[in-house]
Design a protein around this ligand. Structure first.
Ligand code: SAM
Length: 225
């Protein structure tokens, strides 16, 4: 079996009992960054062999993982934070595993996800929303923001600390967007968790004058039109 195990996005206590049990009883843990995962495993006193699997893993690593599954091993896949496969490695591996072993059971262990956590505290309509992942850094970035301007429903996307202010500026420049309500969720579940709420123009100004606003990890939630 291949277990897809969601892990905390900051607060190490945000983990399910089932996730802990599964990591304890798996034969191996597949991790994006073994050092990050080791911190979590140490907290829950899980001593288990960790195999690295990340976006640059070569095909022979995937073949090795498939061989382990073929020989009946149970594997638990985790990423650095949140739900594996949601904007981090996992999907490609799952696809390859299912191609090679169509009967392999791939089992989700639901848990934290930064996009859903931010959406859940936004107060914006969420019966229908669009998740866009990260805006491209350069090529395609303009198109990404143009598309945002055309979407009716609530929008959720990720942005890095290097481009969060640029993203707000790009949003504000879209016609009619300066007055749209936005939630910028910074460092969710962590010590310096900050939730900025207001219009795009207001939040841009507020974050410009907050010296910590460029630090950490961000989710942007834009209210539906
Ligand atoms: N798989 C993860 C999930 O389920 O949320 C997302 C992985 S993606 C590589 C990492 C991005 O998620 C960060 O750059 C940031 O935009 C967002 N993120 C992750 N943890 C966060 C947190 N604690 N607070 C705010 N955003 C976070």
């Amino acid at each position: 079996m291949l277990y897809i195990v969601a892990t905390p996005i900051g607060n190490l206590e945000d983990i399910t009992l089932r996730a802990i049990d599964t990591m304890r009883s798996a034969d191996f843990i597949l991790a994006e960054d073994t050092r990050v995962t080791r911190v979590l495993l140490d907290k829950y006193e899980i001593s288990k062999e960790v195999i690295s699997y990340h976006q640059h893993s070569k095909i022979n690593k995937i073949e090795y993982i498939i061989e382990l599954l073929k020989s009946g091993k149970n594997l638990a896949l985790v990423s650095d934070a949140g739900t594996p496969g949601i904007n981090d490695p996992g999907n490609y591996l799952i696809n390859k595993v299912l191609e090679a072993l169509p009967d392999c059971r791939v089992i989700p262990l639901p848990g934290p996800n930064a996009a859903v956590a931010a959406l859940s505290i936004s107060g914006f309509p969420s019966d229908n929303f669009t998740y866009l992942g990260f805006p491209p850094h350069k090529k395609g970035r303009q198109t990404f923001f143009k598309k945002i301007g055309e979407i009716e429903e609530t929008i959720v996307f990720y942005e890095s600390k290097y481009r969060i202010m640029k993203a707000l500026e790009e949003l504000r420049d879209l016609s009619g967007m300066g007055d749209r309500l936005v939630v910028v969720a910074r460092e969710l579940t962590k010590q310096f968790e900050t939730i900025y709420r207001g219009t795009v123009s207001e939040i841009e100004k507020q974050m410009e004058s907050d010296k910590n606003s460029g630090l950490g990890e961000f989710v942007v939630v834009l209210k539906s039109k």
